[in-house]
Design a protein around this ligand. Sequence first.
Ligand SMILES: [Zn+2]
Length: 855
Amino acid sequence: MPGKNLSREEARDRAGIIRVDSYRVHLDVSAAADPGRPTFRSTTRISFDCSAPGASSFADLLAPEVVSVELNGRRLDPAEVFDGARVALPELAARNELTVVAECAYSRTGEGLHRFVDPADGETYLYTHYEPADARRVFADFEQPDLKAPFSFTVTAPAAWDVYANAVHERITEDGDNRTWEFAPTQPISTYLTAVVAGPYHVVRDHYSRELPDGSVLEIPLAATCRRSLAPYFDADEILTVTKQGLDFFHEEFDYPYPFGKYDQCFVPEYNIGAMENPGCVTFREEFIYRSKVTEAAYEARANVILHEMAHMWFGDLVTMKWWDDLWLKESFADFMGSFAQIEATKYRAAWITFANRRKAWAYRQDQFPTTHPITADIRDLEDAKLNFDGITYAKGASVLKQLVAYVGRDAFFEGARRYFKKHAFGNTVLGDLLDALEETSGRDLRAWSAAWLQTSGVNTLTPEVTYDAEGRITELAIRQDGEVLRPHRIAVGLYDRAEDGALRRTDRYELDVTGARTVVADAAGRSLPALVLLNDDDLTYCKVRFDERSLETLRTGLGDLAGETGLARALAWSAVWNLTRDGLMPTRDYLDLVQRFAGRESDIGVLQSLHQQAGTALELYADPARRGEYGTALAEVALRELSLAAPGSDHQLAWARFFAETAERADHLQLLRGLLEGTGRIDGLTVDQELRWSFWLALATHGAADAEELSAELARDNTASGRRQHTQCLAARPTPAAKAAAWSAVVDSDELPNALVEAQIAGFNQAGQRELTAAYAEPYFAMLESIWAERSIEIAMRIVGGFFPRYRTTPATLAATDAWLTGHQDAAPALRRLVLECRDDLARALRAQECDVQ
Ligand SMILES: [Zn+2]
């Protein structure tokens, strides 16, 4: 569609002449509950100045129909000025009033104003999601982050509904079956941060107040909402406790009163991402409300997201990046701050282990793709922006900020942030603005640091080189640094020996700066040779670490013996052996052997769940295909053993039960799952609740041991949004050509399905054990790519491109087909090519790892 993909230059030119005074937006969703109504009425009035009178510009709008356009009292013909994506604005005056009336479409893809009907009770729910550029699906606007303005929303909705927006409502007018909600004007905010949530939501209210340094009292009304049918599971107390702990912490550290009045947190259905930091009206995926037992890691993850979004109120909402190039400014900061605040302000003290184990794994993976990019990215347009919400922008950026805090010190870092908020409140910034503030407070030159860490890409590898004498004393311990760009690293080096109780304990720790290709740890000379040298102990920097031969041997025989107060060293060791496996330097059988021997002893539940996930990937992608069956059976048996050994009712028991369902393949294993479902089998302390039931059904369906009738019966038992998704996934997972054809067709041949069911169909279709069955889809996959990209919304297209890639067909033929497509489609959309290139890289990596496992 012409003009849909706004470029950086267009945004810059527009910001060069336009300043927005205010938006007044009226949305009429009173007929939303009627599924026959595809659109709602949207009326927008924008008051704005133009510094170049006589110039022309444009507003953004993605709508099926524009009813009228009026600019400065002149009616413009929609047929002439609206092209489906933009409203042309000819001959602007110095001061302008634009009114656009449009019929905008309810969304089923989670982009714009999403409409959802709850299967449990038939109620309709709406919410908006815009980042990076979907506000224009709901009202006419200037869709770029640096044209901030106050927004006044008015929403007409069914009388039984509640409506939430960024600001508090000032008035509600009753009119028969409807009510009209008028909201106060917001502070100046960017278009992508505006929000409306409407429906018969269940709400829990609370209040936060705090005395400010000047003696005044800050009052923040709090609300937490979810669908009515989820209310019985809604643990709002826990959510609000973390919320208050976060508000305390950020006020303490940021010294800038929360600027957006109230703080609502809305848990919404079919949400594409984890959460969104709309000021005063944060939206979360409702999967954070747990219907069944989950492990402590799930609560920790949710608390992290609550704090991440809250950090954005200052970093992102109060001060916003100028353009998407600097998306990292807010995301790295919020990602780092989520973990930091968690440790300092809540009961979740293991957040740095999770950070090392999960967030960094995400960053390392992304940073080794050929498509990696510097943390400060080059974002040419909105399609680039959409793909930049990635492991570099979030997790690598956050890792680098963690390193920066180690570099400038905590006090200087926070003092820099405080000055930055005060100086740029309600404004827009670029990287240099943050560096200026941090240089001022730290007295350090951060330009070189920024050049090394933010403006280059790729991950360094650090390897210990140990030499020793005849008495077994270290003559030299050196650290070799590899990578395209060598960087300064502040790291700790831990030396570990076996203690009398058999544990591997740290006996020495050296903290030093590693620079250049080789750095000697001078203090280690003369010490007796340790059992293990662990580089980047305490996880201060961002790098991959390797081991010397002796250390690797120690881990092979005793990784689980690695002790420490927090378990961080063990998490780092697990992460390092995983990287060795991914890099084809450790045979997959060795990695799986470590998991089989030591995962059962892993005390950190988050680490254990990562191990399960990684073992699954190792088995399906990195194992010698000839031995995959044998490895799989061994993993299932280990899972069963650990399931029976785990403490009844524990998180570990639940995690092993799920892993057992994922690995179960043999008839007797499947029979065991069926027995648990039917109540004829029992494991002491294990509650087979609804979510666990679905994971057992998925295992049975995947292996052809559950028929459609049984799955329908389960859906009847759990006729909910979650039940519907899992039922869809189970049907698509069945090992028959008909099941595969139906799933493929439901997603590719039709655009009727909502985002959540697209995801469920794809997840069911692409089963590792069904490589042969889905082989026939490789060719149609490559054939459909360009048309899917052109025809579907980017959110859905991204899922289809990534989800249907034949990733389990790890053969040279698949690699060749991928290369042929890439060669033949040099002109395809760069964002599409990027996704295919990343799939290709995963595949090539799998082939290398398999080769290592064959030898
Ligand atoms: Zn964020």
